[in-house]
Design a protein around this ligand. Structure first.
Ligand code: PLP
Length: 388
């Protein structure tokens, strides 16, 4: 039965590409050295880590000294906000944090902790009905005592892509550190650190066919920064801990493939996604596409259905063999409407009925056709149950 299941949740995670797996394998057993060791085993491992660092640095149009390997996208987000905010307070008494209300919890919960336990002032930038930040709203709210600004590059729940270079320009003019969470976009958008004018950027490998449990934080040279994880001096003291060599190698391999195959992947995904969106809106009454209709990730379709229990819908779809999400994989079992949808002005009678379908390299037209045969009936059944 299991092999008949259709996976439509690639924004939650992706399978590891065979080529990535192959690149990783020798570093578990044959080349197992600790990169911090002086001897040849260590040197070999260190060379692999530094090769990976060069690959990522080049792909981001940045320097190797600006690449910090972490244990996941969440860690990169945590490290970025905490590291920049605390350093800015020490350096110039900055006490104000500015973020969008549609950030991943790795950003918003970190910022809330900095507010409640460290005394920072936290301000949210408004978003429009598509969950998009207007750069002018950043310009209006940024202050001399702003410690750090963070705006998500592309939203995981609704797929909307923000104008990061425009926001970056505003922050750069004011000399305020700017972070963006790019975990969802690495597979689909070129990321040039000079063009984007960001100071900090988070990446997580498992969203682009790399392994779970490894990420990158780009930290622009000379950005005031305090490490969160102290210990051995790894990553030039910015992130202590023995390097996870196979996973770092895997991240770099997946990153190269993502760059090389980006256009190919996008041209595969776009027609599929557009077909899915058009058919869904046509077949199902009281359905709205959430997120921006054009400025959205090429693999991302997300909807709200009025008077539907989203978790109920997910279970019905799973029984039928389709794995989807309500938006964020971290929110399973929570009956509250998503704060991302609420920030976009969507009322709870709609927001509770959210569905996210995210496509991947393996997704086929046939899979979507069979999905679309099931979805309208599943929504109808949920509505019957809600009415009862
Ligand atoms: C998945 C995701 C994260 C968290 O990354 P992990 O590697 O799973 O910790 C952070 N931000 C966004 C936008 C994501 O999609």
């Amino acid at each position: 039965m299991l092999n008949q299941k259709v996976y439509l949740d690639f924004a939650a995670t992706t399978p590891v590409d065979d080529r990535v797996m192959k690149a990783m394998l020798p570093f578990f057993s044959e080349q197992f050295g600790n990169p911090s060791s002086i001897h040849s085993f260590g040197q070999q491992a260190e060379a692999a880590v530094e090769d990976a660092r060069d690959t990522v640095a080049e792909g981001l149009n940045s320097r190797a000294s600006e690449i910090v390997f972490t244990a996941c996208g969440s860690e990169s987000d945590n490290l970025a906000i905490r590291g920049a905010a605390i350093a800015a307070r020490e350096l110039r008494g900055a006490n104000h944090i500015l973020i969008s209300p549609v950030e991943h919890h790795a950003i918003s919960h970190t910022a809330e902790q900095l507010k409640h336990h460290y005394g920072f002032n936290l301000e949210y930038i408004p978003v429009d009905e598509y969950g998009m930040v207007n750069p002018n709203d950043v310009a209006m709210r940024i202050q001399p005592d702003t410690a750090v600004v963070s705006v998500i590059y592309a939203n995981n729940e609704v797929g909307t892509i923000n104008s990061i270079s425009e926001i970056g320009k505003i922050c750069r003019q004011r000399n305020i550190p700017f972070h963006t969470d790019a975990v969802q976009v690495t597979a689909y958008l070129a990321m040039d650190m000079e063009a984007l004018q960001v100071d900090l950027l988070s990446i997580g490998a498992h969203k682009f066919y790399g392994p779970k449990g490894v990420g990158v934080l780009y930290i622009r040279d000379r950005t005031p920064f305090l490490t969160s994880q102290t210990g051995g001096g790894q990553e030039t003291g910015l992130r202590a801990g023995t390097h996870n060599v196979p996973y770092i190698v895997g991240l770099a391999a997946a990153f190269i493939i993502a760059q090389e195959e980006r256009e190919k992947r996008i041209s595969h995904l776009l027609p599929l996604r557009n077909y899915l969106i058009e058919e869904t809106l046509e077949m199902i009454p009281d359905a709205i596409l959430t997120g921006h209709p054009i400025e959205r990730l090429p693999n991302h379709a997300s909807f709200v259905f009025k008077d539907v229990d989203g978790n109920n819908l997910l279970m019905l779809l799973d029984v039928e063999g389709f794995a989807c999400s309500s938006g964020s994989a971290c929110r399973t079992g929570d009956p509250q409407p998503s704060n991302v949808l609420t920030a976009m002005g969507i009322s709870s009678e709609w927001a509770l009925g959210s569905l996210r379908i995210t496509l991947g390299t393996q997704t086929t037209f046939n899979e979507l056709e069979s999905f679309l045969r099931v979805l309208p009936k599943a929504v109808e059944r949920c509505r019957d149950q809600t009415a009862r």
